[in-house]
Ligand binder design. Structure first.
Ligand SMILES: [Zn+2]
Length: 405
């Protein structure tokens, strides 16, 4: 059994921290969420919700019940036990059935009722702020606060706080330019759980929001895949986010899968049409913010979308467009190879077709080469994941992220 003790708020080095001690397999651990002192009153020690959402997959992997010493929201309990847990059991046979042993509470907490979303500078994040930040008749749904959480993107090691702070600089720049308050939350959720990032990031990021549920009435979680691409697949939360976000909403905080009716190309177009936002776009995985290398997989597929709409000149200076142009034919050939397997490449290919942007003959001629490239790359990934130790994998993964394929 995993026991989550009563959460408490403590002050450490001029920061306020919500923490709960855990007992996992007889080992004492603690999960914490840390904010600037001015946000202390919003740390939600009255519910175990954040901790349960963080530990749900771990408990199901181990087949251990979760016992909470503090109450959890009735709505969360209902959705987890009646919908999310049964769903997860069906999409991942390695997970085991568990019970939540806890008291329930359905009272509405005293809340600031703000509306939040994350600011990473990526396509999903910027397009969400554009779509839900502007004036609208339903004014209670307009974004009031931006956030940045250390909840998995910066790795699972105890020293990831430094990397988190590095990335926070560009989020601070954006927030101050557009006059949004920025809430930064440091946390050790990813260090304790050590989940695979793609399969878990929505759980961990939303757990941070639940730790602050006295602040947020609505939280827009920027969708990665459109609702039309919904899949009951465990390997990425993006496939079933629309369902997941509803399951982990509470009486106090509702999650919305933002821009879930847009393709990534449509989101990119929204940003391209807004120069002020475009200059903050950062999608690169090479790890040198704010420079977009133009070579890594994420840069290339973003540039393919931009290329398909004829806007490459517009992003010169923001991306290393020269690097992309010098490999344009092989980049397009790779899109042709990957379009049947990847949602993003399929959308890019459709955009090339819809806008009638011509695909060079050379790209078609390079398809066999791109196929071989792709085959070697995928075999290499399988070999590495089967034969390397965890630490070695991390290093190789980092190198692959920066590598032009
Ligand atoms: Zn890059």
């Amino acid at each position: 059994m995993i026991v989550i003790e009563k959460p408490e708020v403590v002050i450490i080095n001029d920061k306020a921290r919500l923490q709960a001690n855990l007992n996992i397999d007889g080992q004492r651990k603690s999960i914490w969420y840390e904010v600037d002192l001015k946000y202390k009153e919003f740390l939600c020690y009255e519910r175990s919700d954040a901790f349960v959402v963080t530990l749900l997959l771990l408990a199901m992997q181990k087949g251990q019940n979760i016992k909470c010493e503090q109450v959890i929201s009735e709505q969360l309990y209902f959705n987890l036990t009646k919908y999310l847990i049964p769903f997860l059991l069906k999409i991942n046979p390695d997970l085991k059935e568990i019970n939540l042993i806890c008291e329930l509470d359905n009272t509405i907490l005293n809340s600031k009722r703000e509306v939040g979303t994350g600011i990473s500078g990526g396509v999903d994040s910027l397009s969400t702020i554009l779509y839900h930040g502007s004036k609208t008749k339903s004014e209670n749904y307009i974004i009031t606060h931006l956030t940045l959480f250390n909840s998995g993107y910066y790795g699972n090691r105890d020293d990831n706080t430094e990397r988190f702070k590095e990335y926070a600089i560009q989020s601070e720049k954006f927030s101050s330019e557009f006059k949004y308050p920025l809430l930064c939350v440091d946390s050790n959720v990813s260090n304790v759980t050590k989940y695979d990032f793609r399969a878990s990031h929505a759980y961990l990021s939303c757990s941070v929001v639940l730790a602050m549920q006295k602040m947020f009435n609505i939280y827009y979680y920027a969708s990665s895949y459109a609702i039309f691409d919904f899949k009951a697949k465990f390997e990425a939360t993006a496939y079933y986010e629309y369902f997941l976000l509803d399951c982990i909403s509470t009486e106090n905080t509702k999650f919305i899968s933002a821009n879930s009716t847009m393709s990534r190309v449509e989101k990119t177009k929204l940003i391209l049409e807004n120069e002020d936002y475009l200059k903050h776009l950062y999608v690169c995985t090479a790890g040198n913010p704010p420079i977009n290398c133009g070579k890594c997989e994420k840069c290339v597929r973003t540039l393919l979308a931009i290329d398909s709409m004829g806007y490459l000149d517009k992003v010169d200076g923001k991306f290393n467009v020269e690097a992309y142009r010098s490999r344009r034919s092989i980049n397009i050939a790779t899109m042709l190879v990957k379009k049947n397997k990847s949602i993003f490449y399929k959308e890019n290919y459709n955009s090339f077709k819809d806008t009638q942007t011509s695909i060079p003959i050379k790209a078609y001629l390079l398809v066999p080469f791109a196929l071989v490239n792709e085959f070697i790359y995928s075999k290499l990934k399988i070999y590495l994941s089967n034969n390397l130790k965890k630490e070695q994998k991390k290093t190789i993964k980092g190198i692959l992220k920066k590598t032009t394929f």
